[in-house]
Design a protein around this ligand. Structure first.
Ligand code: AN0
Ligand code: CP
Length: 315
């Protein structure tokens, strides 16, 4: 594998999930693979899990990680061609990407959606420019439109908690006071489309995700109906895609509660974290034995590690 920008960059999701579960049993098995090699992790936004688990994954493979909080400590980058750079942007991505590529063998980038400029977000200006100018493998640590390391960790987690029948999996919108990106939901949808499952997306009317991503995935506007017999409930807020970046509905009624979880088939509760308690999910749900959010976060290490392993094997 050259780049990991989208879950579809994996040749075979099911096979990769199995490999990750195996890797987890002996995480230091490939310690020599990354020896003498470096990965730069560039963060244009905050992070807890991605930052720590990707470093851990790199170290498990013998890779040397260099982490930079680009958003707060780097020069502000210009991404447009041919502009007169007499405003607040100090450096063009053309130079920055080429320079960074001299210091490392792989570059991993977190650059959230602006949620103000839909066209630029859909064009993935940060990731695509680094891909164009760096000339080394690029890993997506949550971009404007996707979070494929999270979706792979989610797939690994569902494999570990699998049920003895075709699972019913529900992606449920949940309320949030701030406008959040669609990235996590997008990648979860794309991952579920590669699984043998009864997959349902539920959200208030008007909160449709990008049709180019949801395609013909089932949408059920009645949240309680969607929850019936679910084996996994994956909660996530996202801001409006059509009225781009807007919070149109803070409907508290969409919070994941114990009463709603009672409608499921003893369903497991999942969330990528960070999560706002008693806004997105009630304490009694996230604190219940059916909540697997901590195990899910642990799998971020093995999701990153299997991805970095595949990239290193191809260097
Ligand atoms: C981010 C998001 O919703 O995309 C990151 C999630 C992994 N969440 C927040 O900013 C709270
Ligand atoms: N789930 C996730 O990506 O968490 P962080 O934003 O803390 O990295």
């Amino acid at each position: 594998m050259k780049h990991y920008l989208n879950i579809k960059d994996l040749k075979n999701l099911q096979q990769t999930v199995k490999e990750a579960v195996q890797l987890k049993e002996n995480e230091l098995e490939f310690q020599d693979l990354g020896k003498g090699k470096t990965i730069c992790l560039l963060f244009f936004n905050n992070s807890l899990r991605t930052r720590l688990s990707t470093q851990k994954a790199a170290q498990n493979l013998g890779l040397n990680p260099i982490v930079m909080n680009f958003g707060s400590e780097g020069w502000q980058l210009e991404f447009e061609d041919g502009v007169v750079m007499n405003q607040n942007k100090s450096e063009h991505v053309k130079e920055a990407a080429q320079v960074i590529a001299q210091y490392c063998d792989i570059v991993a980038i977190r650059a959230f959606a602006s949620l103000t400029d839909k066209e630029k977000d859909l064009a993935e200006i940060v990731l695509s420019n680094f891909e164009k100018y760096a000339g080394i493998p690029v890993v997506n640590m949550e971009s404007a439109t996707g979070h494929p390391l999270q979706a792979l960790a989610d797939a690994i987690t569902m494999e570990e908690f699998k049920v003895p029948h075709k699972p019913k999996v529900v992606l449920s919108w949940a309320p949030h006071p701030k406008a959040l990106p669609q990235a996590v939901a997008n990648s979860f949808v794309e991952m579920m489309q590669l699984q043998d499952a009864d997959f349902v997306i539920t959200h208030p009317e008007g909160y449709e995700l990008d049709e180019n991503i949801t395609k013909n995935s089932k949408i059920e506007y009645n949240q309680e109906k969607a929850f019936e017999n679910a084996d996994f409930v994956y909660a996530k807020n996202w801001s409006n895609f059509n009225d781009y970046g807007k919070v149109l509905n803070e409907d508290e009624n969409w919070m994941i509660t114990a009463d709603k979880m009672k409608l499921t088939n003893n369903g497991k509760f999942m969330h990528c974290l960070p999560v706002r308690r008693n806004v997105v999910v009630a304490d009694e749900v996230i604190d219940s034995a059916n909540s697997i959010v901590i195990q899910e976060a642990n799998n971020r290490t093995y999701s990153a590690q299997i991805v970095l392993k595949k990239i290193l094997e191809n260097l």
